[in-house]
Design a protein around this ligand. Structure first.
Ligand SMILES: C[C@H](N)C(=O)N[C@@H](Cc1c[nH]cn1)C(=O)O
Length: 524
């Protein structure tokens, strides 16, 4: 596709109000078609030169973009740590201020309180909404992103301070760089580039930026429902850039797994005990807990909870073929994460189990002794944290019951006097899109323009908790356009975003806005 073609209404205008399909081939029409071709050529030339200017602008402002990321990374906006909540509030204020300074119509939307496991409540970070342009003849896109991060400490094994952006060989290291601060900034910078060059945005752009994604987007479902007929009413498409490529090839993402996150608490004696004095006398909560955790999944990765595996939609021949055609080097994948063996060694099985089959992960045990040293304690109360990634056709409410019933039945068999409490704290559904949609065609064209190659069409094993709500509540189509690298280490030590992806990603977003503007409204 040319970078810019005149919109269908403009073509119609040039053709005297008729669409191309219903023309009668009179000489007058032929002349109009000739005029149209010339106009098309002039417009596409003018607009291609616009694009060149935008790209040049992005290249010239690289350092400014890196500094903006440095400022955001310095904020420890960890949504899972309530001690850091003031930082998260500050982060949301900074996002709002940035968008306000660009002349957007900005609101900080209150989403209420978060209830903590101990019954206390804490204020949720506000959600930032912003709008640039409201021309009814244009498409309106809503860019969703988040600026909260996963926890990170230097002592976790980071090579650099996680909150001090550090450039090493063109990689920008810092917590939240790839997930999701740089992509959000890249979208903001894309809009800013148009403004700086006094160019009109080809589509109206809205932003919806939240601060609780990493803990399940608390409060956002209700906010989206409440804003369905206001902020979201004129939105045509939702764009999310909160994931990564599969390899060095750019990608478009058409599915995410959901997530059900559980706490399983086993409580025994009224306080921690000396294992020499009481060991052998008491039934230890940790032994009970480890015992039931071990019944969740087999060593070969089969989920043992009845009903879960059965709910999974079977892999279709079409999917198998799609996975088979994707370029993906299993050995490279292994070496990048430093393992010799994986659950599956062929490409299709591996991709399928990363993207479209459920899995159980055990994340940690609160109350367990984990410091250095050799404390000989019997912990009195321990809480396991584990999650099950959701795929079509699993349903979080059903999974909650299946897991709770199963763990209680396994616990009952132990005939332990201790108490088990199972709670599901996140219940996020999976999301899947139709890749035949013009949004994806526009995405392919933008990627071709910026990277001069065709993208991989991939799924994401992680979760974007709000994706499915957006789709269900607004009925609008979503595209996920990642700019994160395959080796960015989201959620891990040494998370990074390469300068290349950050800067070329900004250009991609600029190009994408123009491609979206060409989508014929009546074709979707
Ligand atoms: C894909 C996205 N960047 C991400 O990492 N999301 C988190 C969201 C989540 C799910 N459960 C709790 N938080 C993830 O997939 O872990």
């Amino acid at each position: 596709m040319l970078f810019f073609l005149p919109s269908p209404p403009l073509c119609k205008h040039i053709l005297g109000g008729r669409s191309i399909d219903c023309l009668d081939w009179t000489s007058e029409t032929k002349m109009n078609l000739q005029t149209l071709s010339i106009i098309l050529l002039v417009i596409s030339y003018a607009q291609a030169s616009q694009y060149i200017k935008l790209v040049q602008y992005v290249d010239d402002h690289q350092e400014e973009y890196v500094e903006a990321l440095r400022e955001w990374v310095a904020i420890e906006s960890d949504s899972s740590n309530i001690q850091k909540r003031p930082e998260l509030h500050r982060m949301m204020d900074m996002v709002a201020e940035k968008l306000r300074l660009m002349g957007g119509t900005v609101e900080l939307v209150d989403t209420g309180e978060q209830e903590l496991p101990d019954g206390q409540t804490i204020t949720l970070p506000k959600v930032v909404t912003a709008q640039f342009g409201s021309d009814p003849s244009k498409h309106t896109v809503c860019v969703y992103g988040h600026v909260d991060v996963q926890p990170a400490k230097l002592e976790d094994g980071w090579a650099t301070d996680p909150y001090n952006l550090t450039d090493i060989n063109g990689n920008l290291y810092g917590r939240g760089t790839s997930d999701n601060k740089a992509p959000v900034l890249a979208w903001i910078h894309a809009v800013k580039a148009y403004q700086a060059l006094s160019m009109v945005l080809p589509v109206n752009v809205k932003f919806l930026i939240e601060g609780m994604e990493e803990t399940g987007s608390n409060g956002l479902d209700a906010m989206i429902l409440a804003q369905k007929d206001t902020f979201l009413s004129d939105v045509d498409y939702i764009i999310i850039s909160d994931c990564g490529w599969l390899s060095r090839r750019p990608a478009l993402t058409y599915g995410t797994r959901g997530n059900c996150y559980f706490f399983a608490e086993v409580e025994g004696p009224k306080q921690d005990l000396h294992s020499g004095v009481y060991g052998g006398a008491v039934i230890e909560p940790m032994t009970d807990l480890i015992g039931i955790l071990d019944t969740l999944i087999s060593p070969s990765g089969r989920i043992l909870i009845p009903g879960i595996q059965e709910a999974v939609a079977p892999l279709s021949d079409e999917e198998w073929k799609m996975y088979q055609d994707i370029e993906f080097d299993v050995d490279h994948f292994k070496s990048k994460i430093g393992v010799n063996h994986l659950m599956y060694n062929n490409k299709v099985d591996l991709l399928a189990h990363r993207w479209r089959y459920p899995t159980v992960s055990i994340h940690g045990i609160k109350g367990a002794f984990s410091d250095s040293g050799t404390k000989t304690v019997i912990p009195a109360k321990v809480t396991a944290k584990f999650s099950i990634r959701q795929v079509p056709d699993m349903d979080p409410a059903t999974v909650k019951k299946q897991v709770t019933d199963y763990l209680h039945s396994k616990f009952a068999k132990r005939k332990s006097p201790n108490k088990l409490k199972v709670t599901m704290v996140i219940g996020a559904k999976p999301w899947l899109a139709e890749t035949q949609h013009p949004l994806y065609e526009a995405g392919k064209a933008a990627i071709k323009r910026v990277f001069n190659m065709d993208p991989d069409l991939i799924r994401e094993g992680g979760t974007i908790p709000i994706a499915r709500t957006f789709q269900d509540v607004t009925g609008k189509s979503i595209i996920m356009m990642p700019i994160g690298g395959f080796d960015d280490g989201m959620h891990s030590q040494n998370e990074k975003m390469s300068r290349y992806n950050y800067i070329e990603g900004t250009k991609l977003f600029i190009a994408y806005l123009n491609e979206v503007a060409q989508i014929n409204k009546s074709s979707v």
